[in-house]
Design a protein around this ligand. Sequence first.
Ligand code: GLU
Length: 395
Amino acid sequence: MTDSGIHVSARVGAISPSPTMAVMAEAMRLKAAGEAVVDFSAGQPDFDTPSVAREAGIQAIESGYTRYTPNPGAPDLRAAVADCYRRDFDLDFGAANVLITSGGKHALTGLLLATCEEGDEVVIPTPFWPTFPEQVKITGASPVLARAGEEGWFRPTRAVIEPAVTDRTRCIILNIPGNPSGVMLSPGELEDVANLALEADAYLLWDDTYARLTFEPPPEGCYRRMQDILGHRFVVAGGASKTYAMTGWRLGWAIGPEKVIKGAASLQSQMTSNASSISQKAALAAVTADPAGFQWMTEEFARRMVRMRDGLLAIEGVRCGAPDGGFYLFPSFEAVLRPGEGSGELAAALLDQERVATVPGVAFGHDAHLRLSYATSDAVIDEGVGRIQRFFAAR
Ligand code: GLU
């Protein structure tokens, strides 16, 4: 069967599929075919979902909690998520400010669709998670990239973002700590960005996916100060995936002023209805548990980060800032690339010759880099970094 004559919308044609998911799928395909692939592409914890959440999920199934919940989420979970933002970051939200979604991506889509118009602009600092610009395009708004530099390891400061702000800016996306840089901002820098959004009368959309995975606790009150500055313009997208090793459960949340949350909920009611009832019960157990019980995962990521970074820095010419949280490194191979070679060719050569899967930096807006996830075991890190060292030694 050929595709000729089959119509697909211009909308679909304008959107690129997720490159992170594509590399992960290719690594899985090669592994299934028996290839000894080292997979540094996957942006997900390698740990099992903690038992407190697993057991709550099983209990949900066994007790018949398997029907629709209210579309915006179970009331107890909405309240618990609001409480958990108060507990962790001193943020002032109530249950009505929370929409439970099918993952963080779904939360972002809901918030962007509920706030952006055709012709609006959404500012995205680089390097960016590849999903951001594509989601903005889905809304009919335009992504505008604000280019950060390697100095300060890609800090998305006001100085970086401000040149991209225009009178059409509807929203500034701030992914702190960021994927792929892992970089955090100081309280003063966060305030400066908040003031910029306020002056532009734009939303500040904080993607906090990695905010509970920082190697040092965030400075006290730093996010609350942003909320105080921004008021209703401060909106948040997050989820259970990374903090609680629950990527497959697809459970996230959008947080913001009631009017925006109601709008996003209305869209959700027509597209997916409620997030999985079982995942909601599991997430309720996770967000209400003592966060100290999950701290070991962050400590493990911090340790692995040093292990992988040291191995990469041992390759002559490689530069790599130290992230403040999350589980990615974003080294620069600028000094060792061949003429005309970009990150796509480099990642393809690494996969082809050494069976190491990485995500090309071009997908994040910086073509001399690769993104590597260290959410994997020491043995895999050592094997993969050893292969990368061998690859460059052979050049
Ligand atoms: N967020 C993770 C990543 O960046 C998972 C894949 C995706 O959703 O992009 O790798």
